[in-house]
Ligand binder design. Structure first.
Ligand SMILES: [Zn+2]
Length: 131
């Protein structure tokens, strides 16, 4: 896992610096200050904090690498031929409101079948209300 390693290195490089002491050496950080003796035990909390930086860097590096790998795989994947072959006019044609079927229904009386005008409400032949 290159990401974990590089992340750990970055986390180590960006570990907090202690005043008058500077950044703690790698062995102190990795042991979380367990090897510190005497007055140096005061730096143990700083060593633990630096250790957390390394751990955070490892996690961050792993996440970054996972994203990079995912993106790389996604880019390298060729588009499936089925998607590319799909015609752009695959959508069903829209049915106009003034379709021939609707006009045919309204043009004749539903009761007697006589021809009706566009604005006629009642049939002129049988007097039935227009359906
Ligand atoms: Zn009629």
């Amino acid at each position: 896992m290159f990401g974990v390693f590089s992340g750990a290195v970055l986390g180590f490089l960006f570990r907090p610096s202690i005043p008058l002491v500077g950044q703690l050496p790698l062995d102190v950080v990795l042991t979380r200050g367990a090897s510190l003796n005497g007055v140096d035990t005061l730096l143990r909390s700083a060593a633990e904090q630096s250790f957390d930086y390394v751990m955070f860097g490892r996690i961050l590096g792993a996440v970054v690498m996972a994203v990079v790998v995912a993106v790389t795989k996604g880019v390298s994947q060729k588009p499936s031929p089925s998607v590319a072959a799909t015609p752009s006019n695959a959508l069903p044609p829209s049915v106009p409101a003034s379709s021939p079927i609707a006009l045919a229904v309204n043009a004749f009386c539903t009761k007697c079948g006589a021809a009706l005008g566009q604005d006629v409400v009642f049939c002129g032949s049988c007097g039935a209300r227009r359906g």
